[in-house]
Design a protein around this ligand. Structure first.
Ligand SMILES: NC(=O)c1ccc[n+]([C@@H]2O[C@H](COP(=O)([O-])OP(=O)(O)OC[C@H]3O[C@@H](n4cnc5c(N)ncnc54)[C@H](OP(=O)(O)O)[C@@H]3O)[C@@H](O)[C@H]2O)c1
Length: 262
């Protein structure tokens, strides 16, 4: 059945934004490759949820920071399905440390930057070769608005800023043979991992600064990823798009100085 469907590979799709994205692609008629690193049960649950909604999917274990495992993953998918139409580089390979620079070890800093970049490097290199042969494809990188913020998570911020630059190189290469590559930078999204850090005060602060009057959910993020993969958006290439519920503009608007003069 999957031979007639477009194939979407989502890295780190066992939970959070990746799981919601996998389900969104399932609803849109793709055969979904639900990549995970360690939690096979979570990935199986995502596959089951997609199948319950009438879609098709399979779980695929691979550590995306390991070049050999990525090669095996991609070759396996191509052998079975003949093509890969969409790659979403989503895996949250290393949880960010929120320690200030003075307390952060070099090892923790390097682990975050290395994890973020190796997790997209191997996938991009392999998939570009396939999409070049296909003369078609879509790649979406998942970044963070933290790339532009200072003082909060120096390693995470630096890693995502590097990802943003890397993604533009991939976009430039892909554009030469009809592959569109875009990057979505999310603000706070209420996933299981980030949600644990959302106390009542922060929740209210973020909701007050949200154009939708609520926190951004993984499903909001997932729909945006799917739109960038859609044929209707084929003219959008090499872009970095923020999805933060309006936080960027509302935070400035609600700043005490702005309200004073406003
Ligand atoms: N949540 C937010 O507020 C937020 C905001 C901005 C940007 N983002 C970005 O959005 C993306 C997803 O975040 P999330 O919060 O949804 O993540 P999450 O809930 O922490 O989930 C991470 C997923 O990535 C998988 N994973 C981790 N390392 C992997 C590896 N080396 N190879 C393959 N899979 C791996 C995990 O699989 P296993 O459990 O099997 O190990 C898990 O399914 C990340 O790139 C993150 O930086 C998130």
């Amino acid at each position: 059945m999957s031979q007639h469907k477009r194939v979407a590979l989502i890295s780190g799709a066992g939970r959070g934004i990746g799981a919601a994205t996998a389900r969104e692609f399932g609803r849109r008629g793709y055969h979904v490759i639900v990549n995970y690193r360690s939690d096979a049960d979570a990935a199986k649950d995502v596959v089951a949820a997609i199948e319950e909604e009438g879609g098709s999917a399979q779980a695929a274990r691979a550590d995306v920071c390991d070049g050999g495992q990525v090669a095996a993953l991609i070759e396996g998918v191509r052998e079975e399905h003949g093509r890969i139409d969409v790659l979403v580089c989503n895996a949250n390979t290393v949880n960010p440390s929120f320690l200030p620079l003075a307390e952060l070890s070099w090892e923790a800093f390097a682990e975050k930057v290395n994890g973020e970049l190796s997790g997209v490097f191997f996938l991009s290199q392999r998939i570009l070769a396939i999409m070049r042969e296909q003369r078609a494809g879509r790649i979406v990188f998942i970044s963070s608005t933290a790339a532009d913020s200072i003082g909060m998570a120096v390693a995470h911020s630096t890693a995502k800023a590097a990802l943003n630059t890397f993604s533009r190189h991939v976009a430039g290469i892909g554009a030469q043979y009809g592959v569109t590559v875009n990057t979505l930078a999310f603000g706070a999204v209420r996933t299981e991992s980030s949600g644990q850090g959302f106390g009542e005060g922060l929740r209210t602060y973020l909701t007050d600064r949200s154009v939708i009057d609520r926190l951004v959910e993984p499903e909001d993020a997932a729909r945006a990823v799917a739109l960038l993969a859609d044929d209707d958006f084929g003219a959008v290439a090499g872009q970095l798009i923020r999805l933060d519920g309006g936080y960027d503009i509302l935070d400035q608007q609600l700043h005490p100085l702005t309200t004073h003069f406003g």
